[in-house]
Design a protein. Structure first.
Length: 326
């Protein structure tokens, strides 16, 4: 009779689980690697796992999906390039696709979408179909579902309810010309900067504010160096769950249908998670001392309109003008 101590028992259990996992992976006829930038708590990651679970169910284990969060399979642009080269099968990506398909810029245009419902109307409607078709043709990446992003909000150490109150405030923005032009037009002093430098720059006063979705504000503990969330909601956007076009074309029609069904379920699941997360994150930030401020969003939208329209690519300018006139 063999007696196992706790440590040996734990090691044996891990070995058994690893072996079972390996057997499960080897049983699949096709394994899709899905890499993305979000962490394990993010609704995109949870939805990716849901997609994997549903596709496994629908194909009776023939198609497996391995999910790699936190850029562990590579950064966004590397993954897109990998999908084009055939080394990666799937990723979650958005306006970065404009490097190939100009219409992908429409995923994140300041004040183009007045509400989540308006964004859904565009993403799921004719304009969304045009974006997807161009992305497939030019980037060789096929969108199969889209996930919501929390709107970007302006944080500072005082309330800001209108553009006039920006008063040339030094404001960190990502290195995106459209964002720089927008905030310049609104009266701020936008300063492109890597996000990794934002906390320290806010702490030492190099900048007075920054703008990001609530999830990133929370994840970076910006509540420790900023007191107010000014609800500008200046960018509402979505991001695509995508599969490499060359992988898609190798699938049977039946399996393409399974992939789309799993993606549809994952999209619905993500939306529910996203809404729950937004409420929970706001409550957490308020509990940590941040004050949420309602702002004159129309004043911000009107003040940025001309700069936004002027900054976008000529090929999408008529669409942007149409969105502003919605």
């Amino acid at each position: 009779m063999i007696t196992l101590n706790r440590r040996r028992f734990a090691a044996l259990a891990v070995a058994c689980l690893t072996a079972a996992s390996a057997m499960g992976a080897s049983a699949a006829e096709l394994t899709l690697k899905l890499g993305h930038l979000a962490n394990e708590q993010n609704s995109w990651h949870k939805a990716s796992l849901k997609f994997a679970e549903e596709l496994d169910r629908l194909t009776e284990g023939r198609i497996a999906v391995e999910v790699f969060p936190n850029d562990s399979l590579g950064r966004e642009m590397d993954l897109i390039n990998g999908m084009q080269l055939g080394t990666v099968e799937m990723t979650i990506t958005g306006e970065s696709l404009q490097n190939w398909a100009p219409m992908a810029a429409l995923l994140a245009i300041p004040y183009a979408y007045q509400s989540l419902e308006h964004m859904d109307e565009v993403a799921g409607g004719e304009i969304g179909k045009q974006i997807e078709a161009q992305v497939i043709e030019r980037a060789q990446v096929r969108p199969i579902a889209y996930f919501a992003r929390g709107p970007r909000n302006l944080t500072a150490n005082h309330p800001i309810t209108s553009p006039a109150e920006l008063n040339r405030m030094r404001l960190r923005v990502p290195n995106v010309p459209l964002f720089v032009d927008t905030w310049t037009a609104l009266g701020a002093q936008p300063t492109p900067m890597a996000f990794s430098e934002v906390f320290t720059s806010l702490q030492n006063g190099t900048i007075g504010g920054q703008e990001n979705p609530l999830a990133l504000i929370q994840a970076a503990s910006l509540n420790e160096v900023q007191s107010h969330v000014n609800q500008t909601e200046h960018v509402r956007s979505w991001i695509y769950l995508t599969i490499a076009e060359q992988v898609w074309q190798r699938l049977s029609q039946e399996d393409q249908a399974h992939v789309l069904e799993a993606a549809r379920i994952a999209q619905e699941f993500e939306r529910e998670q996203f809404l729950q997360d937004e409420d929970a994150i706001r409550a957490d930030l308020e509990a940590k001392g941040m004050t949420f401020v309602e702002v004159d969003q129309k004043a911000f939208a009107d003040g940025s309109r001309d700069a936004v329209i002027k900054s976008v690519d000529d090929s999408i300018r008529p669409v942007v003008e149409e969105l502003f006139n919605h």
